[in-house]
Design a protein around this ligand. Structure first.
Ligand code: NMX
Ligand code: MLT
Length: 439
């Protein structure tokens, strides 16, 4: 299998680099830690290692060193579409090189072989009350798929540490192949009462299959959106809550299913992935209150009312980014190219004009710029996926690509169980007293 072959060939050199850092340079200082960082959600503390992606506050995400426009340009385009093969992105994240079209298709073919769900997954989802949030269903399904984890089986059969990554890769390929089916089934069952099992057509790519299984009317348009969506949501370095949850759980040698279920749970928080659902809800509230796109003044007042009621404005601000999120820009460009006159898009555009002003006036948010969630729901809504509590499931399908690539490499490089040190409040106060004493 191509990913196995390519990673295997790189491993000796990566292992040597990691060994040298750990053994020969362990004492080199890379950061100092302040009380503000300790009590402030560990913001900015440099304490994780990943080569899959990196986020620059002034520039945004780079996948294996490539910005979003560079990634979209370089990856081979899917047959019949304008966006790249998702399999090509997975190859880039896993291998660190831009694949040829044939290599991207090989990953797609690998997914097609594995894209089937055991019967009990359907039964389990259907056994849940209809008003269950789709992120609960997704997390349950992922966890339940872990019954067949290759990693867990081989671990108990005495697998050697050097081979962990191979079993991790098997589980990651199985999981990422099955996720579109899980997501599409949740969608069709929960909102339309359909219990037909989705079928993955091996002649079509990941994006086109997803569009078919979701049952949208513009399959070609939605296939391109799905490709773009999964690619840009795949990774955002390792410190974001979902990636970090996956990494933490994976570091205990829990399998990829346990680990990704934890990532899904983290993504379900309104300050993280669920903001995309909240964001569309906020836009629709504006629309219904004003009977369409309001005046700038009305929107300005509405935004202030949200802040004054103690809520955040979803889709704006970021823990790391200090500029417009390039994932926002990529989606805005897609929308303007494909449906420039859409009413919700015009509203999102007006929000982009007003909300950063309001956040700046309030003066709390370190960044008033839009993040990825500010626009993603508007695109789904246009293509008819209007059940917005489903949106974070889509984020989850995309995020799996990046976090599983990280998970495979973490096992390949023998990254240890994560275990930071905690302090008591008294210890921090003592540190303050000590710092105030003359040297
Ligand atoms: N609306 C209102 N207040 C905000 C916003 C916002 N969009 N963004 C930040 N703030 C507040 C924040 O709540 C905090 O207030 P307080 O001091 O009262 O606790 C203050 O500004 C400083 O926060 P920051 O340091 O700028 O942001 P932080 O790193 O703590 O949090 C987010 C980052 C993304 C959680 C925050 O900007 C936010 O809540 N945004 C809205 C929710 C959202 O869009 N989340 C999605 C992020 C992307 N993703 O998909 O995960
Ligand atoms: C993400 O994609 O994970 C979000 O932008 C949040 C983050 O990076 O902290």
């Amino acid at each position: 299998m191509i990913l196995h072959e390519k990673i295997s060939a790189q491993l000796p050199a990566w292992r040597e680099r990691t060994r040298a850092l750990a053994k020969e340079h362990a004492e080199v200082v890379v950061d100092t830690v302040t009380i503000g960082e300790v009590v402030g959600g560990m913001r900015d503390i440099k304490s994780l290692v990943t080569d899959i992606s990196s986020v620059d506050p002034a520039e945004g995400i780079r996948f294996r060193g490539m910005s979003i426009p560079e990634t979209l340009k370089a990856l081979p385009k899917a047959r019949g579409g304008k966006m790249p093969y998702v399999g090509g992105l997975y190859y880039l994240l896993m291998v660190g090189e831009v694949p040829t079209k044939e290599q991207a298709i090989e990953v797609e073919a690998e997914w097609a072989k594995r894209a089937e769900l055991p019967d009990y997954i359907y039964k389990m989802i259907k056994a849940m009350p209809k008003d269950t949030h789709p992120m609960i269903l997704l997390s349950q399904a992922v966890l339940a798929l872990g019954k067949d984890s290759v990693f867990t089986k081989k671990y108990h059969d005495g697998m050697k540490k050097d081979a962990y990554w191979e079993a991790a890769l098997e589980d990651s390929l199985d999981l990422t192949a099955k996720l579109p089916l899980v997501a599409a089934f949740i969608y069709r069952w929960k909102y339309f009462g359909e219990s037909k099992k989705p079928r993955f057509n091996p002649k079509l790519d990941y994006g086109a299959n997803f569009a078919r299984m979701m049952g949208v009317s513009d399959k070609k348009g939605y296939a391109d959106l799905a490709r773009l969506y999964f690619i840009i949501h795949s990774d955002h370095e390792s410190g974001n809550a979902s990636a970090h949850a996956m990494h933490l759980v994976g570091s205990t040698l829990a399998n990829a299913y346990f680990s990704f279920s934890a990532a899904v749970d983290a993504l379900a928080g309104p300050l993280h992935g669920l903001a995309n659902q909240e964001c569309l809800g906020w836009l629709l509230d504006v629309k219904s209150k004003f009977g369409g796109v309001p005046s700038r003044d009305d929107l300005y007042k509405f935004a202030w009312d949200t802040l004054n009621s103690g809520q955040v404005i979803p889709g704006y601000g970021h823990a790391v980014l200090r500029v417009h999120d390039p994932r926002f820009t990529a989606q805005m460009e897609f929308a303007k190219k494909n449906f420039p006159d859409d009413e919700l898009l015009r509203l999102a555009d007006l929000v982009l004009d007003v909300v950063p002003t309001v956040l700046k006036e309030q003066g709390k948010a370190k960044s008033p710029a839009p993040n990825v969630d500010a626009i993603s729901g508007t695109l789904q809504y246009y293509y008819g996926v209007r059940e917005f509590d489903f949106y974070t499931v889509l984020f989850g399908v995309g995020r799996a690509l990046g976090v599983t690539a990280n998970y495979v490499w973490a096992r390949a490089l023998g990254q240890p169980i994560e275990r930071p040190k905690s302090l008591t409040t008294k210890m921090l106060e003592d540190a303050v007293t000590k710092a105030a004493q003359p040297a």
